[in-house]
Design a binder for this molecule. Structure first.
Ligand code: SF4
Length: 234
């Protein structure tokens, strides 16, 4: 079994509820979506990665372990294109020491998410219609099903919405109302992530507060930009 991997590296998690945690990132190549704000353009194309086996990945992970390591992040591209591969990597890592795992996914392929085992945390991107040239309700419905499946599997799930300076407050509210109805009582926080670079928000800081206020009507909300970019790390 092999999967296209664009990079494996150690860094600081700069997004979501694990912000500040030292992680080893396993970045898969290939993605089924085409978001306008994508910051991993190289890994969108599966031909960009090197074909590696689970043993290759585990060897690299072992080389990168540091005393402050918190977890392994499976990211992309879209990691849920390769569920059996991820299961095998986690199985092999766990034979030595149990390390926590984070899945960073667009959530749009819920049937694949159902195949994953032993995930501790999951970050699910909730996409807005403006994030695509072509958006459809199937993507949104699959994201919601992915959240439900992971909650059912007792994974600590959080949702993330990337907002741009041009994002309409009403569009975010409409999506968050629907999302909150599906995740109510499940302790799923919502991260509002202002898009990078953060200096594009100069003069629009009040809009960031407004997003938080609107989302806070329906969900537990945190506003967090991509901190790893402020630190100048990957
Ligand atoms: S889902 Fe993620 S990796 Fe795929 S195109 Fe969108 S931002 Fe890029």
């Amino acid at each position: 079994m092999k999967a296209p991997i664009s990079e494996i590296f150690s860094s600081i998690q700069g997004e979501g509820i694990l912000i500040g945690r030292r992680q080893i990132f396993v970045r898969f190549s290939g993605c089924n979506l085409d978001c306008i704000y994508c910051d991993t353009l190289d890994s969108k194309d599966k031909d960009h990665g090197n074909l590696l086996s689970p043993a290759n990945v585990v060897n690299k992970i072992n080389e990168l372990v540091t005393p402050d390591l918190h977890s392994i992040s499976f990211t992309g591209g879209e990691p849920t294109l390769y569920p059996e591969f991820i299961n095998e990597v986690i199985h092999r890592v766990n034979l030595k020491t149990k390390i926590k795992t984070l899945l960073e996914t667009n959530g749009s392929i819920y049937k694949q998410i159902n195949l994953l085992n032993n995930i501790d945390y999951a970050s699910i991107d909730i996409k807005l219609p403006e994030h695509f040239n072509e958006w459809n309700l199937d993507i949104f419905e699959s994201e919601l099903k992915s959240v439900e499946i992971l909650v059912e599997k007792r994974v600590k799930v959080y949702c993330k919405i990337v907002v741009l300076p041009s994002t309409k407050i009403n569009d975010v509210e409409e999506v968050v109302i629907k999302l909150s109805k599906r995740v109510s009582n499940n302790n799923v926080p919502l991260i509002i992530q202002p898009s990078s670079p953060i200096n594009h928000w100069k003069g629009k800081e009040k809009k960031i507060l407004k997003f938080s206020e609107i989302c806070g009507k329906y969900m537990d909300v945190l506003t967090i930009p991509q901190v790893h970019k402020c630190l100048g790390v990957d």
